[in-house]
Design a protein around this ligand. Structure first.
Ligand SMILES: NC(=O)c1ccc[n+]([C@@H]2O[C@H](COP(=O)([O-])OP(=O)(O)OC[C@H]3O[C@@H](n4cnc5c(N)ncnc54)[C@H](OP(=O)(O)O)[C@@H]3O)[C@@H](O)[C@H]2O)c1
Length: 258
């Protein structure tokens, strides 16, 4: 994709990786619209970077996704890049029953159904504008981490979906890119230890690798340890699964936390 002159919609752009990407795209000369659920966080992001456009919207809610597409069509008809970044990771213990069966699968709605619905409501615009989709999955698409079993399952599913989507859109003029970050310091990883097993990047380090990948035209960008997980999952899956099992055992919450 070209890196300037785009109109870019980033879901979950009010914090963490989405906000870092939004700022980088603004600095390169793009119009950037960010979404999120919390209006205060969106306002704070715009205060820091006044060029940002903000729209409050929940990527897990189908009617909010539809309303977002309508607003984008009215206000930003040139929108040509969709970044599906909004995501949540919830530590879970499945050795006991969950109290709330709806809350149990909340990650599916944000991390997997969210991108699928966003792409569906915006696909005609993306095709008309010969655009780009960037799905933010994770290095955990390649290997499970017992700390957050549903999160890892959503990222593995998003990875598979992204490959099929890329193949379907190949002749439609829409490029499909997948960003697969390793552990990065954000709210999402606030409780994750930064020790020998997990090297946690800053958002600035992640952006450096991400934009290097975008400039090189890479369709699957796997910064740092995400690339190691990719290779280990192919070369020595038993070994890497055992390593991660050991490293994450103490991080699993107690069963009554469900
Ligand atoms: N941090 C990591 O180590 C890491 C590693 C690999 C992949 N990733 C992926 O990178 C993406 C961003 O993660 P992050 O670490 O930057 O998380 P973060 O710091 O927690 O930020 C998440 C952003 O998404 C928004 N958000 C959450 N749920 C949403 C929803 N339902 N609808 C719209 N916006 C929503 C949040 O704002 P509101 O709360 O106001 O909605 C916030 O702006 C996620 O897809 C995550 O899985 C992160």
């Amino acid at each position: 994709m070209k890196l300037q002159g785009n109109t870019i919609l980033i879901t979950g752009g009010s914090a963490g990786i989405g906000l870092a990407m939004a700022k980088e795209f603004v600095s390169l000369g793009n119009t950037v619209i960010i979404t999120g659920r919390n209006a205060d966080k969106l306002e704070a992001a715009r205060k820091e970077t006044p060029a940002l456009e903000i729209i409050r919207s929940d990527a897990a809610n189908p009617s909010a996704v539809q309303a977002l597409a309508t607003e984008v069509a009215e206000r930003f008809p040139a929108m040509n890049v969709l970044v599906n970044n909004a995501g949540v990771m919830i530590p879970r213990n499945h050795t006991g029953p969950a109290d709330d069966l709806v809350a149990l699968t909340a990650e599916l709605d944000v991390n997997l159904a969210g991108p699928i619905r966003m792409i569906s409501v915006l696909i005609d615009r993306l095709k008309a504008n010969r655009g780009t989709i960037i799905n933010v999955s994770s290095g955990l698409a390649f290997v499970p981490l017992q700390l957050s079993p549903i999160y890892c399952a959503t990222k593995a599913a998003l990875h598979s979906y992204t490959i099929s989507l890329r193949q379907q859109l190949k002749d439609e003029g829409v490029e499909v890119i997948e960003l697969m970050p390793p552990a990065v310091h954000t709210e999402l990883t606030a409780d994750m230890p930064d020790d020998g097993d997990f090297k946690v990047l800053t958002t600035a380090q992640l952006m450096e690798e991400t934009f290097k990948g975008l400039r090189a035209g890479r369709l699957e960008i796997r910064p740092g340890q995400a690339n190691q997980l990719y290779w280990m999952a192919r070369i020595a899956p038993g070994f890497i699964n055992a390593q991660l099992e050991k490293g994450s055992k103490s991080m699993v919450p107690p069963p009554d936390s469900n």
